[in-house]
Design a binder for this molecule. Structure first.
Ligand code: DC
Length: 264
């Protein structure tokens, strides 16, 4: 196990490959894959992707899986939310391409451990509101936004030992990941989970309204032309509707451990 004290890396959108470029040919030659011996067998550190719709349980299971494996977690949704926070704070109209482009150009988004920073300010607590959720969904349909963030996400995955979690991590960001998961759950379950998350943040909404919101985001995320939410080719599908978070993590761990020993 890698010690939990592994220093957290940061990367800014200034580094990495161009969107659509092969991540293995990233500028600045990818670091060699980390290898380690476990009970006499050589294992290597993987890139694991986790995609799926809102409320499928990706965040909690990705966090738990990262902890169990000693991997770094890259919450790509948090990076997009941070960018949306910056756009909202700037007051520009997200429908104005040149104003939006100027904000994208000057904004630096970083992941430091499990904190997300915008120009050095920790916004981790401010990016989970319904308003930022809506704006993020709108912005993630735009090419300049994805062209800024995809290379940053790839940069964070170079060298392996990473879990990428989001909507397009196994389809666009790192399609050659050794392990890809697609988590799903029925709409009612996802809406209930989302309602509980919101309640924990002090936002009271009835479950029908949350379900409508979740269904609308599902449509936006899966019907958009760019990087739509899809099951990645070769992904292990886990329906989390009737599983506890622990059961989901145990299933995923088995798949990762198998890949760790059997891919080289
Ligand atoms: O996972 P989340 O709810 O924090 O994601 C916020 C929004 O960003 C959501 O509308 C989906 C979108 N997103 C995306 O388009 N691509 C990703 N890789 C991650 C999130």
């Amino acid at each position: 196990m890698r010690p939990p004290s592994k220093p957290s890396s940061t990367a800014s959108a200034a580094f990495g490959t161009a969107c659509g470029e092969d991540p293995r040919h990233a500028r600045g030659a990818p670091a060699p894959r980390r290898r380690r011996a476990v009970k006499g067998r050589a294992t290597h550190e993987l890139v694991v992707t986790i995609d799926g719709p809102a409320g499928a349980g990706k965040s909690a299971t990705a966090r738990a899986l990262a902890q169990r494996l000693g991997y770094r977690l890259v919450d790509t949704g948090a990076l997009y939310r941070a960018l949306a926070w910056a756009v909202s704070a700037s007051g520009v109209d997200p429908g104005d391409p040149s104003a939006l482009g100027a904000v994208l150009d000057r904004t630096r988004v970083e992941l430091v451990g499990d904190r997300v920073l915008v120009d050095g300010r920790d916004v981790s607590g401010e990016i989970r509101t319904p308003e930022i959720s809506r704006l993020t969904s709108q912005l993630t349909a735009l090419a300049p936004v994805r062209e800024k963030m995809t290379p940053l996400q790839r940069e964070l995955a170079v060298g392996g030992g990473v879990i990428l979690e989001g909507r397009d991590t196994g389809t666009v960001v790192w399609p050659r990941a050794e392990v890809k998961f697609y988590l799903d759950a029925d709409l009612e379950t996802r809406a209930r989970r989302r309602q509980q998350d919101l309640a924990a943040q002090g936002v009271a909404m009835d479950v029908a309204a949350v379900a409508e919101d979740v269904a609308r985001r599902d449509r936006q995320d899966s019907e958009r032309a760019l990087a739509p939410l899809r099951k990645p080719e070769g992904a292990a599908v886990v329906d989390t509707s009737r599983l506890s978070p622990e059961e989901v993590v145990e299933r995923m761990l088995k798949v990762v451990e198998q890949a760790r020993c059997c891919t080289g």
